[in-house]
Design a protein around this ligand. Structure first.
Ligand code: ADP
Ligand code: MG
Ligand code: MG
Length: 434
């Protein structure tokens, strides 16, 4: 096996982020945790929200099939662990007032909580070298991997078997292992054993006992932490079987299949519909207001008049929108001319319902240098995306943990409409609060 080590790409300097918006992103994170948890338990909402999507999109349909199957059999899982990352850009809309707007929430394999805990130290050093020690001291400490590991550790404890292990479900070709190691090492220091396995190994060697406890090579598994399994390419027939086996088990899945579905773009769009938040969080009007303030325009392309109207609007003014399929990992959205061409092609086909439409957010660019192994040094006009990590645990019906555990700033050159760090477009950054 060939092993290559590169440093994680990062900006030369931290990027300015308005402190009020940064605080707003933190303040709404516990609301997002509550919301994700509520939706994950609401069968009716998920069924209605995803009905048209699963007719048009095979991947979502497969996930939904497992979801229905495990519900039908009855859940034996009693501890639920959510680790998510809600991502935002700062919109400088028509009137120029900066506003925090959510791009999406990631409920599976939300990454870079480990590597980003190191970027602050690098940026402090760079600022110190440049003689900016006052600025260096202003950079906030940030260690999401510690909070993520604490969440996994607590879920492991609540599962209640001292011999059981935590299993990281990892990619076939591991491209981000050091990010995962940060979390893994935190668990080892808490005397929690961690194993790393691929889908194929689970298919070959995992089993359930009569109480549906999950065993991997003879070891009981308390928590399955997915860092894989969020795109169709991760699955073949055997991997789907392995996924079903884990979902049926008593082990804490992070996330369980329902929570993965909550992270779809279609659910995000349905949550923005009038009345949706109110019905999901009936006793929490303040939380509803905080959540709604971060939403931008999201539109369904379901068959019918309203969908027709939105398709026509997007074809007429493609620069105003982003077209999003039910995919993760960056590089899947369509913009501008591409968006227009695709919509013209599928406008009368139910295929359009596998996408949602979203208002394009336009942050104000700033100059920075994007450092990447084997790339030339140059100054680019850049925009940033801020993410806040959330961790929650539900034990039966009690929410026993609900926290924000740190942040992630990613920055990319403005000419790239799409794409995350893994997609080779964005790089790690540190917010400099202004
Ligand atoms: P993924 O799950 O693939 O990360 P995202 O919704 O985060 O999907 O979209 C990928 C990237 O596309 C984002 O990181 C951001 O750079 C860009 N993007 C997504 N939505 C918008 C939007 N509404 N306005 C501007 N850029 C967007
Ligand atoms: Mg995503
Ligand atoms: Mg994203």
């Amino acid at each position: 096996m060939r092993r290559v080590v590169n440093y994680a790409p990062l900006t030369l300097l931290p990027s300015a982020v308005p402190s009020t918006l940064f605080e707003q992103a933190y303040a709404v994170q516990q609301d997002f945790n509550l919301l994700v948890d509520a939706v994950s338990q609401n069968v009716g909402f998920l069924e209605r929200a995803l009905a048209s999507t699963i007719r048009a999109d095979d991947f979502t349909a497969q996930l939904f099939k497992i979801y229905t199957q495990v519900l039908k059999e009855g859940l034996v899982q009693t501890v639920f662990l959510g680790i998510n990352r809600s991502d935002y850009m700062i919109d400088h809309g028509a009137d120029g007032t900066p506003a925090l707007k959510q791009i999406e929430i990631n409920t599976i394999a939300a990454s870079f909580g480990g590597l980003t805990s190191r970027t602050t130290a690098v940026h402090r050093h760079v600022l110190n070298v440049l003689g900016k020690s006052k600025e260096a001291s202003k950079l906030l400490d940030n260690n999401p991997s510690k909070g993520i590991a604490a969440g996994i550790g607590r879920a492991w404890e609540l599962y209640g078997s001292a011999r059981a292990v935590v299993m990281f479900l990892v990619e076939d070709t591991q491209r981000n292992i050091f990010d995962q190691r940060c979390i893994e090492n935190e668990l080892w220091t808490r005397n929690i054993r961690v194993i790393r396995r691929r889908f194929q190994e689970v298919f070959e060697k995992a089993s359930l006992d009569k109480d549906r406890r999950l065993y991997m090579e003879g070891q009981e598994v308390a928590v399955v932490y997915y860092r894989e399994g969020y795109v169709p390419q991760n699955y073949n027939k055997q991997n789907w079987e392995a996924r079903l086996l884990m979902e049926r088990s008593k082990a804490v899945k992070c996330p369980d299949i329902a929570t993965q579905l909550v992270g779809t773009k279609k659910v995000q769009q349905e949550l923005s519909q009038p009345g949706a938040l109110e019905s999901l969080l009936p006793d929490r009007p303040e939380a509803v207001a905080r959540l709604r303030a971060t939403f931008t325009g999201l539109y369904s392309l379901d068959m019918g008049e309203e969908g027709d109207r939105m398709v026509a609007m997007a074809i007429a003014d493609p620069e105003r929108f982003v077209l999003k399929p039910q995919r993760e990992g960056g590089g899947n959205n369509l913009y501008g001319e591409e968006l227009k061409q695709l919509l013209e092609k599928i406008k009368d086909s139910p295929e359009r319902t596998s996408y949602i439409l979203m208002d394009k957010i336009t942050p104000r660019p700033s100059l920075n240098c994007l450092l990447r192994a084997h790339s030339p040094l140059e100054i680019s006009s850049c925009i940033s995306e801020l993410g806040v990590f959330g961790v929650y645990i539900r034990h039966g019906t009690d929410l026993v943990v609900n926290r924000h555990v740190g942040h992630l700033l990613r920055t990319k050159a403005v000419e790239h409409a799409d794409g995350g760090v893994a997609a080779g477009v964005a790089v790690l950054d540190t917010p400099y609060l202004v």
